[in-house]
Design a protein around this ligand. Structure first.
Ligand SMILES: [Cu+2]
Length: 129
């Protein structure tokens, strides 16, 4: 029964792979569903771009940003590593993949700590005046 045996050696890894892929997809969907990232931030009619904090090289760039109350900040993931945007310890962005954008309105003055769930070394501070 050589042919049967041969088929199974193919079928088992294939099955395992599709199961894994399915699981990974499910996880991804979960993370994405809480995301509030939209492109509506670009609709501000002043023509002014939102200040931007880039997620790159496992860091926030820039690490300090000063804005005025009522301004929005574009958080952008520019690399393949997954990131989150946590504002004062709260994950507001969900999991961000490469190319994802999270726009956050800062309407109250204060100092906001920006961190990432996956990389404890990622830190930034947004100061709202
Ligand atoms: Cu990160």
């Amino acid at each position: 029964m050589k042919p049967t045996h041969w088929l199974w050696t193919l079928a088992v890894p294939l099955l395992a792979f599709s199961l894994l892929a399915g699981l990974a997809c499910g996880d991804d969907d979960n993370g994405g569903s809480t995301k509030t990232a939209t492109s509506t931030g670009a609709a501000t009619s002043t023509g002014e771009k939102n200040p931007e904090i880039d997620q790159k090289d496992l860091a926030f760039k820039p690490e300090t940003l000063t804005i005025k109350a009522g301004q929005k900040v574009d958080f952008k993931n520019s690399e393949t590593a997954l990131h989150t945007v946590n504002i004062n310890g709260k994950n507001e962005s969900g999991t961000m993949k490469k190319g994802d954008l999270f726009v956050r309105l800062f309407d109250k003055a204060g100092s906001y700590k920006i961190t990432c769930d996956f990389h404890p070394q990622m830190n930034a501070t947004v100061t709202v005046e």
